[in-house]
Structure formats: structure tokens, C-alpha cells
Design a protein around this ligand. Sequence first.
Ligand SMILES: [Zn+2]
Length: 237
Amino acid sequence: MTAHLLRIGDDIIAIHAIVTDEGVTLIDAGLSGDLGILTAALAGVGRSPADIRGVVLTHGDTDHIGIAEALRARHGVPVYILQADADLATGAMPARGVKADAWRIGPTLRFLWTGLRRGALRSPRPSAVVAMADGDVLDLPGRPEIIAIPGHTRGSAAIRVSAVGALFLGDAITTRHVLTGAEGARLAPFSDDAPRTRVSLEKLRGLPEARIFPGHGPEFAGTAADLLDALDLRRID
Ligand SMILES: [Zn+2]
């Protein structure tokens, strides 16, 4: 099976697609206005949204679920999330009230503007989700393996896709702080329990995948061990 990775969106908010002979798996679902850029990116490799077999969410925050409901409603695409974040994603539990640690005007405006432009204020929540569990290997293109890494949210997941040599960490970490613009790998802002994330990430230390993708910021080129050794434990500059 050949598999390759498409990165859709930008370093502020990205969606990742695993494209294989069996179809497409999406990792996270961006913002509600992202259907157009997703469709264009898939067309570039001869695929369409109808080829998407599943959306796997790293967690339930609104900047990661944008097009999940549209794909579910139009194409019957199942939306997977760890049970502990299911209510956050569907809206059965209200959005989290987490304060930012720090912010600077330029990067904050860029993040907010990206959100507005790409539909953050009108993201419909998925009306149904499929609960996944720690250790699951989903029967989806690329066979994503789910590793629970609670901390940013209770139901945060690392998604391991060996077929493309990648780990997707959602907002456990960031490589460019959306509110300060600070570069480098660090624990992400807006976390329920950032020290718990640091402990959770140790579960990944022995994994061989050498491409790590956060929900916000550029790729970290290295293994989980490299990331843990490089991690700046300050969440702010
Ligand atoms: Zn996020």
C-alpha cells in the first residue's frame, strides 16, 4: 500500500490527509470554511471528499472540527474522537474556559483573522461521533494508531501513522505559539493541564516516526525523543 501525506491550510491551522489506495483519512478538520482548500488539495492528487473514509480528531476544540459535520452529513464520513472529548466536540459540554498565558498583538490578530476568514465562528459541531480508545488501530486508510495523551484536554490523542512516518499531536505541543509568535517546540497554550501533557508525551518517547505535526505551527523534524529533549517547558516567552 502506498501512502502519502498532504498538509492542507497553513502553519496557523492545518488539516492533514493520509492518501492511500484505499481512500483518504483526515487528521483534524480545521475550520468550517476549509472545505474549498481541502477539495482543491485532494483534486491535486486525483481524489475528492467522497474518498474520505474517516476524520480522526486529536481533540474536541472548535478550531479542529470545522468541516467534520459537513463531511459526515454529505458523505457519511465517520468522525472519531477519544471518548473523554466526545462531549466537547459535539457541544454536549460547553467550550472550555481556559485563559491564555500571554499574547502579543500581531500573532494574536493573525490567529483571530485566520479564524474569521476560514469560518471559526460558524463551525457546526459534529452531531454524531465514534468514540475511540487508547491503543485502537482504526480500520481506516493508513491504519492510524491512537495514543491517549491527556493534558491539553482530557481526551487529547496522539495519532501515529507509520505508513507516512508521522505523529500528529494536536495541541499537546505547538511549534509556533499562536498568540505570541514564539518559535520552537513547547507545550501549547489554552491547556487544561499542561504538566500532565508533559507526562503523557513520555509514552511516545520510543516511537521511531521522525515527522511530528502539531495542530498549530510548522512540522517538527525529529522523533518524539528528540521533541521531548527539545521541549521548552515554558509555555510563554
Ligand atoms: Zn487548536
